[in-house]
Design a binder for this molecule. Structure first.
Ligand SMILES: [Zn+2]
Length: 283
């Protein structure tokens, strides 16, 4: 069952909306790959603080102010990644295409992050993560071998991941903006305008407050035939940021061309033909 943790993490990676209070916004930093980012913590309940990595220098001022104001915030179009700081936990990744909206209230208040000494915090984190990840296995007694086997089968069926490696044969990405109020997709949207009136609810809003909802289809070879897979913004952003290609998202046609000219890719997809991970497959 050693493989169960990463599989579950991949399932959780579909989480894209987070609500809470910001704490501890760091200064801008630059990674080894020359990517600008900063960290902060998002308090997502009375006692949970999730580490965030924000890959957008332009958001820094807003995050510093939101943390100082202690106002509740909703972050959309974000992603998650297995934390390299808190073992077994998922950090929140925030990109420039992610959007932040102030909320009126949440059902819990701003609570100062308890300053636990590092050693204690590290000792607690793996345990709570293990509890979440392995709670089902722990409930099963070791003597009930049959039940264990049955459960493993069910999990594999539910989280069946298939891997293909090869060139992308076709791709279509639709760059649609959604109203942050009513969530309806906009048929005509001018990114260079200042304001845009929602075609559904009629609310005039800043162009930047519309949520970018890139969804797409990728065609790859499978045996003698072709296979059509769904590609979500979260998966796409993870790929682009890992390869320092976030700028391409300014024009989805550039992203399409990148995939057509990009050589080999390794694509993992689930039982619903949804891509869960894309990486370059060039050796
Ligand atoms: Zn609307």
């Amino acid at each position: 069952m050693a493989s169960s943790a990463p599989k579950r993490a991949r399932t959780c990676a579909e989480e894209t909306v987070f609500e809470g209070y910001l704490h501890d916004v760091t200064q801008m930093e630059t990674s080894g790959k020359n990517t600008d980012y900063f960290n902060c913590n998002l308090q997502t309940s009375r006692d949970q603080y999730r580490r965030c990595v924000v890959y957008d220098a332009k958001k820094h001022g807003f995050y510093v102010k939101a943390a100082a104001d202690r106002k509740p915030l909703k972050i959309s179009n974000a992603g998650t990644i297995l934390s390299n700081v808190n073992p077994g936990q998922l950090d929140i990744r925030i990109y420039y295409a992610s959007t932040e909206n102030m909320l009126k209230s949440l059902d819990f208040g701003y609570i100062e992050k308890p300053s636990i000494p590092n050693s204690v915090e590290e000792a607690q984190d793996p345990e709570s993560a293990r509890q979440r990840l392995e709670v089902e296995q722990q409930e099963v007694g070791q003597e009930e071998e049959e039940e264990v086997e049955q459960q493993e089968e069910e999990e594999v069926e539910y989280e069946r991941i298939t891997k293909v490696r090869g060139p992308v044969r076709g791709i279509q990405l639709a760059d649609q903006r959604q109203c942050s109020n009513c969530r309806k997709g906009q048929l005509t949207f001018n990114i260079k305008a200042i304001n845009h009136r929602c075609e559904a609810c009629g609310l005039l809003q800043r162009v930047g407050s519309y949520v970018q909802a890139v969804n797409g289809t990728v065609m790859v070879n499978e045996g003698d035939g072709k296979l059509m897979l769904t590609l979500t913004l979260t998966v796409l952003m993870t790929y682009l940021s890992q390869n320092d290609l976030q700028e391409l998202l300014a024009d989805v046609q550039l992203v399409e061309e990148h995939f057509m000219e990009g050589g080999l890719f390794v694509i993992l997809y689930n039982a619903n033909n949804e891509v869960v991970v894309v990486t370059t497959g060039n050796v």
